[in-house]
Design a protein around this ligand. Sequence first.
Ligand code: HEC
Length: 182
Amino acid sequence: MDSFEFNKVFMAILGTVFIVMSLSFISDSLFHNKVPEQQGYAVEVAEASTGGEAEEDTGPAFEPISAMLASADIAEGEKIFKKCSSCHTNVDGGANKVGPALWGIVERPIASADGFSYSGALKTYAEGKTWSYEELNGFLWKPKTYVKGTSMGFGGIKKVEDRAALVAYLRSLAGTPAPLPQ
Ligand code: HEC
């Protein structure tokens, strides 16, 4: 192999290496560009659909508690009730305060405490409904989202475990607690 031929071969190898490197660089950058695009897209879609559900009320945006009630921590629920006791009594024959008395609240018709002046919003919402476990769950999740226009000035309880514990405690505020959901 003379030096001219050696150069040709060398250049050919160099060219091949160059092409291979550029191809891998291009495919690399294509690959790197694609990944964040796809992730960004997926996240946007997920956020858009949860946001829509919460706003448009097309379905519950909070987790159900029914299956958790049997094993919920009633003592923990009693502690959480301290957030409610400035406005609500929890004893048999207890008076209405800022909010209606809550003795026997589970399965009681909505907006039915004697002598309490309910908001128009809650009275309209009531329409023959009772405070089932899941109605309480939804209301205590975010009162003002669940019943738009309610006069209950309380932000809500975010954690599903806390709502289950609180509702299990509310169930205990009765001579004969309502049966647990099947
Ligand atoms: C700042 C006062 C306030 C606090 C705190 C508060 N509530 Fe209320 N609650 C009210 C008022 C006022 C109403 C009546 C709402 C209406 O008429 O729209 C109400 C209504 C209710 C009702 C419906 C009762 C019925 O007879 O239909 C339930 C159940 C309830 N509250 C539970 C709770 C629980 C449980 C807590 C604690 C996590 C709590 N509330 C915290 C003021 C309060």
